[in-house]
Write a protein that binds this ligand. Structure first.
Ligand code: ATP
Ligand code: MG
Length: 464
């Protein structure tokens, strides 16, 4: 109460400058030490034995609070990276400007981060101590003309560290020794209310790092939280700031969203916030067309299902689906202009890949697989002779077939075609032979070029 009055008098907003945490006992949060994985526990214990603080922090605390299994464990400490490294035999310092320590433990890696400050030094938190040596004496806080934070490498107290995190539910610290949660910004209450709330002034925090807008959409989808109205308000106006972010970082964020297990909800959340222009610019065109929308929804749903079932989801497949509506559109346009189907498809593929590179920056290493999946699509139409057998043996058959099913589901091709291929894989030899269709697939009536023996590689859907 007194603190609040003081805050008022000095114009400090409680959510920006909570220098003292609320310390919640087990009964208030329910996270037991034995829910942590052994490595994370070990790291916290080792730090504590050496006289440092060691708290579980970030997504893992949030997920445990929500009754979910964390996918990784991060630890925050007041030990410097060098001090942490000396404590663990299997550890190494990663990064130059923003150093963190990877502690290896079995097959796992625990990320240990030294408390940071965002440069706005807190004062008066008498129970906090920042790491003693502060190697970076450069200006604490450097921003660009849009308010983007360019330097973020100053050690600070635990309170400073909490204040530079993004959302209240991401700024919780769990002390395994005492089974207590340190909560600076009401994150535990927000977890219970299922609210995603920015710490501090949302507009300023989004300007500091526009990627936080994408993170908001991702967490809202993943956790099934709603975004607090004050947090949400500035997003529409600030969305264009994503244009200043390196594309590789945008791509990483896109991938996290798409592989979060909640891609369907996430993508629609992005669109609702007007953020897709900065992250998946291709969505606009896709979702404007009902077939495209059905196709993408089906693709995202399958991805989510695969992840829920702990099956691998391939980024190349996923981006292949996201780009397909454009490829298809170009392909059809080229065909309508008189191009032959196969060359038209290859031209369309290259055009679409080139165009997206300047915007989303899907790494080139995915190109090969995307192209293979696309290029195999016309071959599913050919159901006579030896061709179905050859297709079945293609190393990318499985992915291409999954892709075909999505096309069938969205109504782009007849459902019958997908069913035929499903059946063709299931039945025995006799029935397969009976399934083969009279060789009537429309093919160009060109004179066949004679190929020298040995030249007949496995090439794609080449008119035979
Ligand atoms: P996930 O379950 O997706 O890993 P997470 O909350 O652990 O969620 P990370 O990206 O692993 O997210 O980041 C770990 C923590 O670091 C976050 O919980 C947050 O406290 C902090 N953090 C990460 N990125 C930012 C950012 N851009 N701005 C502020 N804080 C951030
Ligand atoms: Mg994490």
């Amino acid at each position: 109460m007194i603190r609040r009055i003081i805050n008022k008098v000095f114009g400090r907003k409680p959510r920006t400058a909570a220098s003292r945490a609320q310390i919640l006992p087990l009964a208030a949060h329910g996270i037991r030490r034995d829910q942590l994985d052994d490595c994370a526990l070990k790291v916290c214990e080792t730090l504590a034995q050496a006289g440092y603080k060691g708290y579980l922090v970030g997504g893992a605390v949030r997920d445990l609070l929500l009754g979910r299994t964390p996918k990784d464990f991060d630890v925050a400490t007041d030990a410097t990276p060098e001090e942490v490294r000396r404590l663990f035999r299997r550890s190494r310092i990663i990064g130059r400007r923003f150093q963190i320590v990877h502690v290896m433990c079995g097959r796992e890696t625990i990320e240990v981060t030294t408390f940071r400050s965002n440069g706005q030094q807190e004062t008066g938190d008498e129970d906090e101590h920042a790491p003693a040596d502060r190697p970076h004496a450069e200006p604490a806080r450097v921003t660009d003309e849009h308010g983007r934070l360019l330097s973020d490498n100053v050690f600070g107290s635990m309170a400073d560290d909490a204040a530079r995190r993004d959302f209240t539910v991401n700024a919780l610290y769990y002390d395994p020794a005492r089974e207590e949660v340190h909560d600076y910004f009401g994150g535990v209450a927000d977890c219970k209310k299922r609210v995603l709330r920015m710490i501090g002034d949302p507009e300023a925090r989004f300007r500091e790092d526009p990627v936080r807008m994408l993170r908001a959409a991702r967490f809202a989808a993943k956790l099934d939280f709603h975004i607090d109205p004050d947090t949400r308000k500035p997003v529409a106006a600030l969305a264009p700031l994503l244009a200043n972010i390196p594309r590789a970082r945008i791509f990483d964020e896109a991938l996290k969203l798409l592989l979060s297990g909640h891609a369907l909800r996430g993508v629609h959340q992005l669109r609702a916030e007007g953020l897709h222009h900065g992250m998946l610019p291709l969505l606009d065109t896709i979702l404007d067309d009902p077939t495209g929308e059905r196709f993408i929804n089906a693709a995202l749903k399958t991805t989510d299902t695969r992840i829920a079932e702990d099956r691998p989801a391939s980024p190349a497949f996923l981006f292949g689906t996201l780009l397909w509506p454009q490829v298809l559109q170009r392909w059809r346009a080229l065909e309508a202009a008189g191009e032959r189907p196969q060359p038209a498809l290859f031209v369309a593929m290259d055009e679409v890949l080139d165009a997206q590179r300047s915007r989303l920056a899907i790494p080139r290493r995915y190109d090969g697989m995307m192209k293979e999946i696309w290029a195999l699509q016309p071959r599913f139409e050919q159901r006579g002779g030896q061709r179905p057998y050859r297709l079945l043996e293609h190393p990318r058959f499985r992915a291409a077939y999954d892709f075909l099913l999505l096309r069938a589901e969205s109504g782009e091709v007849d459902a019958e075609l997908g069913d035929w291929w499903t059946r063709f894989q299931e039945v025995g030899e006799d029935e397969r032979a009976a399934m083969l269709q009279a060789d009537s697939s429309p093919r160009p009536r060109r004179k066949r070029k004679r190929r020298k023996p040995g030249d007949a590689s496995s090439g794609e859907a080449r008119p035979a």
